[in-house]
Design a protein around this ligand. Structure first.
Ligand SMILES: C[S@@+](CC[C@H](N)C(=O)[O-])C[C@H]1O[C@@H](n2cnc3c(N)ncnc32)[C@H](O)[C@@H]1O
Length: 276
């Protein structure tokens, strides 16, 4: 019974996200573009959804005239996604951006990799793996086998992680020393006077923060576990193992929904030498 409910919930969210992600993109792409140049090398994205992130990677024009991801910048891309109903859109977007798509057999039964004739000889591989990073004992073997990563990306997924702190600890574990966690997340309204806020828009942060707290239980139920009131920037910054963490906050006022979705975006660089 639980499985039927979870499956239905996954399907409903994936269907809703086909529409909602377009609206979200219009509001947040400007901030995504500011940090995307840091995405390079061997990349892992956690909770990619339909991989809206791929549109802002560094692209080049291929010999056949297609506009494809630059394999000199992004060497490979692993998409770790818990919701299998996202896989179709993920696959399509990855191919359209010039990747060769493969599935991790151990976690994604029944899905077909890109045909043997890859889009082009030097197309970087895009591997779809089912899972998450909430529990260090349940990280898929395919993710561990490919580690360490140069970049780990989260784009509006730590709001949904079951255990954001453990997820960030696992991100640090999977990064190479000097590697980057690049992130853009919606967060609880940062407190008034917060020095990281670069767009304040005279939002009443105390009031809207309380509204976020109040709305979160119902929002989380409807939104597949999404939380409106996480201080994700602080969760990342307070984790052990970073050399430095650079991020900014904005309080957009594009519409009413954006007042309950201020953003934190930036990067955290893993220390070269980690102390236990
Ligand atoms: C709001 S969507 C964001 C999708 C995409 N990253 C984007 O920016 O458009 C949230 C994503 O997080 C995924 N997700 C669900 N549970 C998760 C978990 N425990 N850890 C990480 N991501 C999770 C969802 O399946 C979904 O793909």
């Amino acid at each position: 019974m639980t499985n039927i409910f979870a499956t239905a919930y996954d399907w409903i969210f994936s269907a809703g996200w086909t529409i909602e992600s377009k609206r979200n993109n219009r509001k947040v792409d400007v901030y995504r573009k500011a940090i995307w140049p840091d995405i390079q090398g061997k990349v892992l994205e956690l909770g990619p959804g339909y991989a809206e992130s791929l549109r802002h990677l560094t692209h080049m024009t291929a010999t056949d005239g297609a506009y494809v991801v630059d394999p000199g910048v992004v060497h490979s891309y692993t998409a770790l996604e818990p919701n299998p109903y996202m896989f179709g859109g993920l696959h399509k977007n990855a191919e359209e951006n010039g990747f060769r798509v493969a599935y991790d057999d151990a976690t994604t039964a029944g899905h077909q990799s890109t045909a043997a004739a890859a889009p082009r000889d030097n197309a970087p591989q895009f591997t779809i793996v089912r899972g998450a990073l909430d529990d260090s004992n349940c990280i898929p073997q395919a993710i561990l086998d490919e580690a360490p990563y140069d970049t780990i990306l989260t784009s509006f997924s730590l709001c949904t992680a079951r255990d954001p702190k453990a997820t960030v600890d696992n991100i640090i574990r999977l990064l190479r020393p000097g590697g980057a966690h690049v992130f853009i997340e919606h967060v609880r309204q940062p407190p008034p006077g917060d020095e990281r806020v670069i767009e304040d828009n005279n939002v009443n942060a105390v009031l809207w923060g309380k509204i976020q707290d109040w709305l979160t239980p119902a929002w989380s139920f409807i939104g597949h576990g999404c939380h409106l009131n996480r201080c994700t920037g602080e969760t990342i910054a307070s984790a052990k193992g970073w050399e430095r963490v650079e991020y900014k906050n904005v309080r957009p006022v594009i519409d009413l929904q954006s007042r309950i979705m201020p953003l934190s975006f930036g990067k955290a660089i893993k220390a070269e030498v980690t102390t236990a």
